[in-house]
Design a binder for this molecule. Structure first.
Ligand code: MGD
Ligand code: MGD
Ligand code: MO
Length: 746
């Protein structure tokens, strides 16, 4: 998220695509209402007429999976009418001409053919955004859970770049997140492809973190398999330097032919740590994978659907974890602000906080002393403040270094001093800071950087939270500069684009002697993100420069499968007429260590037997897999049954009446028994299911299998039992917004 929920108060227009905050972010929706009261226009683009759409000035319905078509369709009108911000593009964007060439193909007729949105609506939507600036662009899961999710999100960003809506208050790309610490979990890379702070997995990255942890890099290396199973740029690489299997594909890491798997063996043990299995697609195959494991461990306040989905007899452990109310420490909000939280209640029953459980494992494995070398431990609980100080010492890349526990606590204790629109403290002990010091909060805590409330905003000096686009991808490409031209943050002494800061660049600029002797000792030979003294960052900022250089935003990502976002039909599509022109990717031999199927699935026509598009999402009453919220009597009262939304036309054509029990059957051979909700919220040809239910499997009630007294009040079929194969070509996000189905009375 480049801006913040609060900053949306300053927007003149709000575009929401694949985002339904009335159900998924009801508190954040209040900020959108503030903007509406200030006169902002609201545009909602979604396959469904949602509770959010009910508040919109314009609602535009699209076919699931057609986001690129409709965004390029809107940009077609923007370019046609010269509504783009030419100055912004020439100074701060690389590759917009390539986008323009792709957009030219999306004439109004083609946009309507692919997305279903008629020219009149698409033009009105484009005009709404072009004539009301600054405008914010909000997207959520409707855009990301696709094989081309990365194309969708990049098309959204290109749209904002074209209008010059980036780096300004009231503008930006604002992605409403899921759980309260999704941003923090991402920043720490609780993922398979990077070390904390997006350092990647190269030897240099491991060496940096080994220094921060004060561990011998050679010892860290011995923790990994030294054999190689794949190549990078023609050279063999070991698992330590290659992304592991992402959670979306864990089933395949168990079931896939081991000879096709880029690691020594299949996965034999699985920890589901705060994870609901019914949140993942291919439920029937997951049951198989669960049963094939040697060991299954569930670390959760609830037994979850993991307790009932499989028929394991042994080797299954349930470790009760506390909830966030029983621990304390910092979490990171969507707008990159860190917030300190206190413990509300002592841990209930025998449950333990997650970090205590983790420490106890490290003890069993024999490396607890290394895990907590500079972290005090009380009664097996690592001290949270010390963990915070440790990441402060390492995460220079994104400026997670200035938010010391002391500063975070000061913000928490002085909430009332912060302005609720600008997030800036007006007087008081944190005067001038932005709430939670949204990252990047550069340098050390002593430097007192206030945090960066808006990314890439050149109207303020970097020292006061200003910024520009990163020089992350080199300084030149095909003879063209990648650096910003004639644009820099206020007070930047270079006054134009410049590369990332290194010790050498400081020397070249004659700024090296601005470092103290202590800083020089750590900074020599290093760059802005590996200098553990923070001196390079401090001096760059002193001269008004962003430590990561000043470049253009790239609208062409030459390292991705589709450098300029293009439309591709979903794997399971009922628009066979579009497959030839907009085919999916070729199958891939190895991505995140596993083969990935694309074309081999799309090649087969499922549409005759499974004519309806099946999409999925959220209800305000329940959260995620839903075991926690379906165990809450007040919420359970409000949504007592799993259901599927069906348009009256499809209901009538399939002998279905509102409230009837029906089967929804998917193309991979499974079906779920649910209640029909007949409604025009969905268009003919599209059905929608919430994914929060579990405890029924293909018509069978599994209530008896829950440990005594732990069954949630409400059980139901998991939508993901019938959601199918399909993974984003870069991130491997599952395709849970777009599959096919048929429906019939049960
Ligand atoms: N009550 C509640 N709140 C939650 C959650 C919860 O489980 N319950 N979960 C949290 C989490 S983890 C997240 S990530 C967020 C998610 O928040 P959202 O993404 O807003 O929620 P969803 O309902 O999954 O999807 C949003 C919309 O995408 C639409 N959609 C479906 N297919 C497409 C498509 O192809 N293109 C487009 N443009 N739109 C499409 C759906 O119709 C839906 O209205 O919510 C968070 N908030
Ligand atoms: N079909 C379909 N599938 C989807 C989606 C969709 O839109 N459609 N959305 C996807 C998205 S965006 C997401 S984020 C996932 C969500 O998927 P998950 O993250 O797997 O689901 P949740 O149920 O939100 O949370 C998982 C578990 O965390 C436990 N928990 C709560 N607090 C704590 C704690 O402090 N410690 C521990 N250890 N556990 C705790 C809860 O009891 C719960 O069982 O679902 C995905 N799946
Ligand atoms: Mo999410």
């Amino acid at each position: 998220m480049t801006n913040s929920y609060n900053d949306i108060h300053n927007s003149k227009a709000m575009l929401l695509i694949g985002s339904n905050p009335a159900e998924a972010h009801p508190v954040s929706l209040q900020h959108l209402f503030r903007a509406k009261e200030n006169g902002a226009k609201m545009l909602v683009i979604d396959p469904r007429y949602t509770r959010t759409a009910a508040h919109a000035d314009q609602f535009m319905r699209i076919r699931p999976g057609s986001d690129v078509a409709v965004i390029w369709g809107m940009m077609w009108h923007i370019f046609e009418n010269g509504w783009e911000d030419k100055k912004f593009i020439s100074q701060r964007v690389y590759g917009m001409d390539d986008v323009r060439a792709e957009v030219a193909k999306w004439t109004p007729d083609e946009v309507e053919r692919v997305s279903g949105a008629p020219e009149k609506e698409v033009r009105a939507a484009a005009e709404l955004m072009a004539k009301h600036k600054p405008g914010t662009f909000i997207w959520c899961m409707g855009g990301t859970q696709h094989t081309i999710g990365n194309n969708n999100t990049r098309a959204y960003c290109a749209f904002q770049l074209a209008l010059g809506n980036m780096g300004v208050s009231g503008g930006g790309a604002n992605i409403f997140r899921g759980h309260d610490n999704v941003q923090g979990a991402t920043d720490f890379c609780v993922l398979s492809h990077s070390l904390p702070g997006y350092y990647g997995l190269s030897a240099g990255a491991w060496k940096h973190w080994s220094k921060v942890w004060d561990l011998d890099y050679e010892w860290v290396k011995t923790r990994f398999d030294q054999d190689s199973y794949e190549e990078k740029k023609g050279k063999p690489v070991t698992p330590m330097n290659t992304p592991g299997v992402p959670v979306s594909r864990w089933i395949d890491s168990v079931l896939e032919d081991k000879n096709l798997f880029a690691q020594r063996d299949n996965v034999k043990a699985m920890f589901l740590w705060g994870h609901a299995p019914n949140s993942q697609t291919r439920g029937v195959e997951m049951k198989k994978a669960m049963e094939k494991l040697d060991m299954l461990v569930i670390i959760d306040p609830y037994p979850t659907a993991s307790a009932v989905m499989h028929d394991r007899k042994d080797g299954t452990y349930l470790l009760p974890a506390t909830t966030q109310f029983e621990t304390h420490g910092s979490v990171t909000a969507s707008n990159r602000s860190l917030q300190w939280r206190d413990r509300i209640i002592e841990p209930l029953f025998e449950s333990l906080p997650d970090h205590t459980i983790m420490y106890k494992f490290a003890k069993k494995f024999g490396y607890a002393d290394k895990l907590c070398k500079h972290i005090a431990v009380n009664n097996d609980e690592p001290v949270i403040e010390d963990i915070t100080r440790e990441f402060n010492k390492g995460m220079w890349t994104i400026g997670y270094t200035g938010q010391s526990p002391e500063r975070l606590k000061q913000h928490q204790q002085n909430w009332h001093t912060f302005n609720t629109t600008s997030l800036k403290a007006e007087g008081g002990p944190a005067n001038g800071d932005y709430y939670g010091m949204p990252w990047p909060c550069w340098g050390t805590a002593e430097m007192k950087h206030p945090g960066t409330p808006l990314l890439y905003d050149t109207s303020k000096p970097v020292a006061e939270g200003g910024l520009n686009f990163r020089a992350r991808f080199g300084v030149e490409r095909n003879g063209e500069t990648l650096l910003a031209e004639g644009s820099a943050p206020v007070g930047n002494e270079i006054g134009d684009g410049h590369p990332e800061f290194t010790a050498d660049l400081l020397k070249k600029l004659g700024w090296w002697d601005d470092l103290t002797a202590d800083e020089k000792a750590l900074a020599d030979g290093k760059n802005w993100k590996t200098d553990r003294s923070g001196g390079i960052q401090r001096v760059a900022i002193k001269h008004g420069c962003a430590p990561f250089g000043n470049a253009k935003a790239r609208a062409v990502v030459w390292t991705f499968p589709d450098p300029v976002p293009i439309h591709r039909e979903p794997l399971y599509t009922n628009r066979r007429d579009l497959v030839e022109k907009y085919p999916t990717y070729e199958d891939r031999k190895s991505h995140y260590r596993l083969p990935v199927r694309y074309q081999s699935i799309q090649a087969k026509n499922y549409a005759d037997d499974f004519p309806l598009i099946h999409t999925s999402g959220r209800l305000v009453e329940y959260e995620g897999g839903g075991d926690e919220s379906r165990s809450n009597p007040w919420l359970a009262e409000l949504q007592q049954e799993m259901f599927t939304e069906i348009n009256p036309v499809d209901a009538n054509n399939n002998n279905i009446q509102d409230g009837m029990a029906i089967w929804v059957e998917g193309p991979e051979g499974s079906r779920i028994r649910v209640k029909a909700m007949v409604t025009d919220r969905v268009a003919p040809g599209v059905v929608f299911s919430p994914f929060h239910f579990a405890g029924h499997m293909q018509g069978k009630d599994l209530r008896d299998k829950y440990p005594k007294g732990s069954d949630p009040y409400v059980l139901g079929e998991a939508a993901n039992t019938v959601f199918t194969y399909g993974y984003d070509s870069v991130t491997q996000m599952q395709e849970s917004k777009c599959t096919l189905c048929k429906i019939y009375p049960a």
